[in-house]
Design a protein around this ligand. Structure first.
Ligand SMILES: [Zn+2]
Length: 303
């Protein structure tokens, strides 16, 4: 692996977080700024400024970018992004041209999974699944000891599995209904919280932690839906660990306890007995760390 660090960038729907990521996952020279929402050019300018800023601190071997986008790695195109103005562009080529560094672009769910697999809740496993509960639900798969991204690198969209055939529409670019994302994301929790009269999902989680039975049951209901999604994941992949992260994932056992009960009662053996359902360990830096690690790994594979 490269003795130089990579610039890891987690470009999400609300903020762009970046840092220099060494091969052992240690991070330095971090930066955080709001995601420009008005135009793709402003978004690209912000990414370029972040890369230049890191290079002022010292040399880097590569750039890794995690974006909340569907990416076609064969066509070298970001196909579309739900929560940021980014579509129809060769993002890696754009940054590579301006930085002079090899650049690798990956889905944010995939990079979070790589970070948790190498350094966090998935350490030491061969088959590991990560779910990131935020604005949407990101998914990431490590199968047989390698990241698995599906055909064209565009798969592992675990948030878009059906858990309720009569459920609400996903919205945005997704034409599906009753997907896990529509029912168990932070956005879904926000909607449920307001329906029940709480001031958003954070207030709902805080109330539940304080022992409010109605809030506990609301989160348990979301946790059971999450569990239905996990039943499918367990039946299809038989992972050793499913880790749950993201902002809403911090609800922790309020969601994971009920999810585990569903998996135990509904998933097939031996998967239901093998899987451990645990909180993610790395917190808010997982995205930028994973992006940096993916860049260093991809660079080594290219060499
Ligand atoms: Zn969907």
């Amino acid at each position: 692996l490269s003795p130089l660090p990579a610039i890891g960038i987690d470009a999400g729907g609300t903020k762009i977080a970046a840092g220099l990521v060494a091969a052992d996952g240690s991070v330095s020279d971090t930066d955080e700024r709001p995601t420009p929402q008005r135009s793709q050019q402003e978004f690209l300018d912000a990414l370029e400024a972040v890369v230049r800023g890191r290079l002022e601190a010292g040399p880097a071997a590569a750039v890794g970018l995690g974006v909340p986008s569907r990416i076609d790695q064969v066509a070298h195109r970001v196909v579309g992004t739900v929560h940021a103005p980014l579509a129809g562009i060769d993002l890696a080529g754009y940054i590579e041209e301006r930085s002079g560094l090899p650049t690798f672009v990956d889905n944010d769910g995939n990079v979070a999974a790589v970070a948790e697999w190498k350094l966090g809740a998935g350490r030491g496993t061969r088959d590991f699944v990560m779910l990131t509960l935020g604005t949407g639900i990101g998914g990431g798969l490590i199968l047989d000891g390698r990241p698995y991204r599906g055909g064209h690198g565009a798969g592992a969209e675990l948030g878009h599995m059906v858990v309720d055939v009569d459920g609400p529409p996903c919205g945005g670019a997704c034409r599906g209904r009753g997907h896990l994302e529509a029912l168990a994301s932070g956005t879904a929790a926000e909607r449920r919280a307001r329906e029940l009269g709480y001031d958003g999902s954070r207030a709902l989680v805080a109330a539940a932690h304080a022992g409010d039975a109605r809030a506990v049951e609301a989160l348990a209901g979301i946790g059971r839906v999450l569990g239905e999604g996990m039943v499918t994941i367990v039946n299809v992949f038989v992972p050793e660990v499913i880790a749950v992260g993201g902002g809403f994932g911090r609800a922790g056992e309020l969601l994971l306890g009920p999810a585990r009960e569903v998996v135990t009662s509904e998933a097939l053996a031996p998967g239901r007995d093998i899987v451990r359902i645990v909180p993610a360990e790395l917190g808010a830096e997982a995205g930028l760390v994973g992006a940096g690690l993916v860049a260093l790994d991809s660079l080594a594979e290219r060499a």
